[in-house]
Design a protein around this ligand. Sequence first.
Ligand SMILES: [Zn+2]
Length: 282
Amino acid sequence: MAPSESQLRADIVEVGRRLYARGYTASNDGNISVRLDSARLLVTPANVCKGFMNEPMMVITDLDGRKLAGERHPSSEIQMHLEVYRQRPEIQAVVHAHPPIATAFAVAGIPLDRAVLAEVVTTLGSVPIAEYATPSTKELPEAVRKYVKAHDGMLLANHGALTLGADLFSAYYKMETIEHFANISFIARMLGGERLLSREEVVRLQGLRGRYGIAAPAPICSDPVAGSQADSADCQVVVAPPSRSGERLVPDRVGPVGADDEIRLTYRELTALIEDAVRNLK
Ligand SMILES: [Zn+2]
């Protein structure tokens, strides 16, 4: 049976409280929404700290974001939520926050796409970064659209994170998983880099999704074709090369530097290289 409106109001209050208590939002950041029925959403109000909301505060809107009931204005970032509901009819709830470690990855432009934790591979697959867009503009839903069909969680470049689920708590728990994953990834990189799961293991973990009742799409790797030399090219997550399972990944690099790879030089190193080249010309 679908939860009652009063239950959903109480659940939004609780999710907001947890987001704020865990430091995933500061001040009035973040927003939460849930489907009330096929035509209406229950949405957190703008300009309110999500840690101290009460049930009557929530706003009811239609699927175009127009207010139908409530004293306050709906969150200014509601467009991003509407885009999720348009693209994913089965999704019931959306959570947006700025958890600090995951947001730091989003600010650094580093997606959380390495196959390192079995639970994350099974529940979320990879966590991509939606391109930067000004918050509260139409650009943000456009950036989200590209990833939302195949991902239940994503980073938003220079902004925060977005998660979706079959109910409010499953969307909220995905936010917890992303921040936890970001924390572990960060520390593992400080310790010399992650050891990647193999492609075979990733495919096996994907196979468990059905057993755990995970219906979300997120195809992480396509099934290897029998007899073919499968590699990571058709995987969304970064997996270990076939013969080098468990090998430590150099921080921020996968494999040796190739001809088309980006390399980074300090200003001093670049100047020295140019001076060298000029000297050789003379
Ligand atoms: Zn935000």
